[in-house]
Design a protein around this ligand. Structure first.
Ligand code: AMP
Length: 415
């Protein structure tokens, strides 16, 4: 089957076409046929399109909304110019898989989209006011353009974390806040943590129930997940994707009383403070330079920039703290697994996070660590390390495509 995977952000659309099916999944033989990114949707969009194995095409086009963006993608997919293997017309797109950010407590696994599912995703808008509306625009746009005869599946960022026990997901707030308003930890990046855990057990040839790892998804957004016996036991993001690790522009953990303090001192309202925590903090906020880890590392190395170093040091220290607390919570783990743009590509950051953990039995092998970037996977700890470390590139789109096939064919899935 050819699956169109859609990931709609507030002003962007990412897509991939993936050829997959139950037998291909079994043999790890599914593959990406094409991909693309449309930025500045609603306006003069910047568009990047790529057929697998060919050069990227860059163009611009005025797009008025997400539906227009999907229409643009569909036209490109079937145009003779793109000439994508196996795709000649829209009838060759057999299903659509959507990334949906917040499934709240309603969704613990991927589901076939119908009116009832759409309503429930709408109910969760209050929990993810920036993300769920965009996801819904993608769902409605694809239904209108492809017709309801093409099955569509929602894959939730939160679903993998639905196994967390109350002790992980409840905040120590008055219990009514949970009962009345569903205030609790949901966690995000679930598709990434789940994919990486799956690849890990494939690499090591172990069963799902024997997977005891800490996954660190370090990209623009960052989160840690404690995976015990194959299930998410705890994760660093909370009610929203703000809590936890230091991120590109998000602060991660702060003392909640800081919000009122800033309000009084700076005379700014909650909305502006929220913007500050989400958009002007993290690596960008500390360094005053950039949210891009590559640039910060260059600033540190070439100009010896004090605040660039500070931002990187705080980023690494926060990750280390989470490793320590999750090891205690899990009663030990077998491995730490790095993924995401930073986790997959930066040997320097991986080394700095793991530095000082030798007493726990983790020693990074510099040579192995330095060799893993640009999509390569493997172990980066010394062979005698008791606690191991791995790099495993994430592939959320592949998991969304696979879940789409399995959901349509009603094949029970293990997480
Ligand atoms: P993502 O959101 O997963 O695409 O990750 C984006 C982040 O990965 C940005 O901060 C990039 O600077 C960072 N990144 C990508 N490649 C490297 C690299 N070679 N070294 C350090 N950071 C990198």
């Amino acid at each position: 089957m050819n699956i169109l995977v859609l990931n709609c952000g507030s002003s962007s659309l990412k897509f991939q076409i993936i050829e997959t099916d139950l037998d291909l999944i079994e043999n790890d033989a599914d593959r990406r046929l094409a991909s693309g990114l449309l930025e500045r949707v609603v306006g003069n969009a910047l568009i990047t399109l790529q057929v697998e194995g060919q050069a990227k095409i860059r163009e611009t086009a005025p797009l008025r909304d997400h539906k227009a963006a999907i229409d643009y993608v569909l036209r490109w997919i079937v145009s003779p110019n793109s000439n994508i293997n196996h795709i000649k017309s829209l009838a060759d797109i057999h299903a659509v898989g959507h990334r949906v950010v917040h499934g709240g407590e309603n969704f613990t696994k991927s589901v076939l989209i119908d009116e009832n599912v759409i309503e429930q995703i709408e109910d969760n808008i209050e929990l993810a006011p920036l993300h769920n509306p965009a996801n819904l625009k993608g769902i409605n746009g694809a239904r209108e353009l492809l017709g309801t005869g093409v099955p569509q599946v929602a894959v939730f960022d939160t679903a993998f974390h639905s196994t967390m026990p109350e002790t992980s997901y409840l905040y120590a707030l008055p219990y009514q806040m949970y009962r009345r308003h569903r205030v609790r930890r949901y966690g995000f990046h679930g598709t990434s943590h789940r994919y990486v855990a799956y690849r890990y057990r494939q690499l090591l040839g172990i069963e799902r129930e024997k997977t005891n790892i800490i996954t660190l998804h370090l990209g623009n957004g960052c989160s840690a997940c404690a995976i015990k016996n194959g299930d998410s036991l705890d994760t660093s993001m909370g009610l929203t994707p703000m809590e936890g690790l230091v991120m590109g522009t998000r602060s991660g953990d702060v003392d909640p009383s800081i919000l009122e303090f800033i309000h009084l001192k700076e005379g700014i309202g909650m909305r502006d403070i929220d913007t500050m925590l989400n958009k002007q903090s993290g690596l960008l906020g500390i360094s005053g330079l950039t949210n891009d880890m590559r640039e910060l590392l260059a600033e540190e190395q070439e100009k010896n920039d004090r605040r660039a170093r500070l931002a990187i040091d705080i980023f690494c220290m926060r990750a280390k703290k989470y490793i320590g607390s999750y090891l205690a919570e899990m009663g030990g783990a077998d491995s730490i697994v790095f993924t995401g743009g930073i986790g997959e590509n930066s040997a320097a950051i991986r080394e700095r996070i793991c530095k000082g953990l030798e007493w726990m039995g983790l020693t990074i092998d510099k040579e192995k660590n330095g060799a893993l970037f640009g999509g390569k996977e493997g172990e980066i700890s010394t062979s005698d390390s008791r606690l191991k470390a791995f790099v495993i590139p994430t592939n959320e789109e592949m998991l969304i495509a696979r879940d789409t096939v399995r959901t349509i064919k009603n094949v029970p899935r293990r997480w």
